[in-house]
Write a protein that binds this ligand. Structure first.
Ligand code: AMP
Length: 434
């Protein structure tokens, strides 16, 4: 029987995984610089959590949830996004709420039953940040600035922020009615899904990607023109802050995004190099969600970045990190295999050496190769050095694999370790090695 990776998912293999680790490291670093701390929530949650927050009429909830029953008949769902779980955890854990505003982030796989296409998967990774406890435009500006800095730090400089406001409980119902009336008038030109949305969620029509809907959507009334005074002022303040921070932005009155919990600011960041699926990520304000979930009145804003997209967009700039070993220990006779393993462990710095030891990447043959095949194998791994056991009278023999030249013998394993460390410099902090 032959198995295949499930449709819409993929294996991330050695060679590519280094780029993921690099991206994760860089992103965590940037998040920490802004004072954001990680929360790890379960991969699955009560189904109701997503239905109530993401919204019953959204594509995600209608068509894309991976829902199952556990043995006690509870309905659970693999998380399609990270905000609802994080808000649940925020409400459930008082220590997380102690800091106002709370600066939190998550990183991990999300699951949506979507039609697979380039850059679109059924299991994909997101990095998301959330700022809970401030309604001020400064919070919006910090979020978007943080997003921009994450991208900047991994070499993505050519980005633009699309900015919109969806209004609040005062002006959004008015706009909803205006836009429903407009689309009712033009319903003959709308696709079947959009005609359904007229009743369930007319704002979602703005997000429709069916080409025949585009001309009607393009002439729809703009949400920005129907904002109430406070929402208009908030939007203007966010724009002023972004301009002040030197972040390229553009008004996008048709931007609604695929989740229902947003209020006021919504945004998306696009990268020029990505083609059709050019949104690296997006986010928005959700001033009602914490309260809707039974928590304290807590205005909040967040964003999420698609990691596959980010990797695509940074293809040319990502460092891959070296995986070649520093040294291979070669056993010159079959009886020396154990000695080789012992020496390899000491060279790695994994024995009784003091804290703060520097790591060396050392491989040893465990496939019973002859001495000459071990040499071929060592050269194939890209190891810079080969060291030989058994130890001879005056020490360990060492060979520079690149230069094909034998070096002076080293009397002890400690001396050998120091000798290797002194010669191996990758021009990067050794802690960062993968
Ligand atoms: P959303 O949670 O829908 O706001 O999406 C935020 C970001 O996650 C998008 O801009 C994409 O970069 C990424 N994303 C969303 N859905 C997928 C998917 N099915 N496959 C890959 N990336 C995705």
């Amino acid at each position: 029987m032959k198995f295949q990776v499930p449709r819409g998912t993929r294996d991330i293999l050695p060679g590519e995984v280094e780029r993921w680790l690099w991206l994760e490291d860089r992103t965590r670093r940037t998040l920490a610089l802004y004072g954001y701390r990680e929360v790890r929530t379960p991969i699955f949650e009560a189904t109701e959590l997503f239905v109530r927050s993401v919204g019953e009429a959204t594509d995600i909830v209608r068509k894309e949830l991976y829902t199952f029953q556990d043995r006690k008949g509870r309905s659970l769902t693999l998380r399609p996004e990270g905000t609802a779980p994080l808000v649940r955890a925020y409400i459930e854990n008082a220590p997380v709420r102690a800091e106002i505003p709370a600066r939190l982030y998550y990183m991990g796989p999300m699951f949506r039953y979507e039609r697979p296409q380039a850059g679109r998967y059924r299991q994909f990774w997101q990095i998301g940040a959330e700022l809970l406890g401030s309604a001020k435009p400064e919070a919006d500006a910090e979020m978007i600035d943080l997003f921009r800095s994450i991208l900047w730090d991994v070499g993505l400089r050519d980005v633009i922020v699309l900015l919109n406001s969806l209004g609040d409980s005062v002006c959004r119902p008015r706009y909803r009615e205006a836009i429903r009336a407009y689309f009712m008038e033009h319903q003959d030109a709308l696709c079947g899904d959009c005609r359904e949305r007229l009743d369930t969620n007319p704002l979602r029509i703005l997000d429709c990607k069916v080409p025949s809907c585009a001309p009607v959507i393009a002439r729809a009334p703009s949400v920005l023109e129907s904002l109430c005074g406070p929402c208009a002022e908030h939007f203007a303040a966010v724009k002023r802050a972004l301009d002040g921070l030197g972040i390229r932005n553009e008004e996008a009155p048709r931007l609604v995004r695929g989740l229902d919990y947003y209020t006021r600011t919504v945004f998306e960041i696009q990268s020029e190099g990505l083609g059709a699926q050019n949104a690296v990520g997006g986010g928005g304000r959700y001033d009602q969600l914490v309260k809707d979930f039974g928590g304290p009145d807590t205005p909040a804003i967040g964003f999420s970045i698609g990691m596959e997209r980010l990797l695509l967009a940074t293809e040319s700039s990502g460092e891959s990190g070296t995986t070649a070993p520093d040294a291979c220990v070669v056993a010159l006779e079959p009886g020396a295999a154990l000695e080789a393993q012992i020496l390899a462990r000491r060279l790695r710095g994994q024995d009784d050496l003091p804290e703060g030891r520097k790591p060396l990447r050392v491989l040893v043959d465990v496939a019973g190769r002859s001495a000459s095949s071990q040499m071929k194998w060592a050269s194939k791994t890209g190891a810079r050095w080969a060291v030989f056991v058994p130890k001879q009278g005056d020490g360990y023999a060492v060979r520079d694999m690149a230069a094909g030249k034998d070096e002076a013998k080293q009397p002890t394993d400690e001396a050998l370790r120091e000798w290797l460390l002194a010669r191996i410099d990758r021009g990067e902090p050794r802690e960062a090695l993968r």
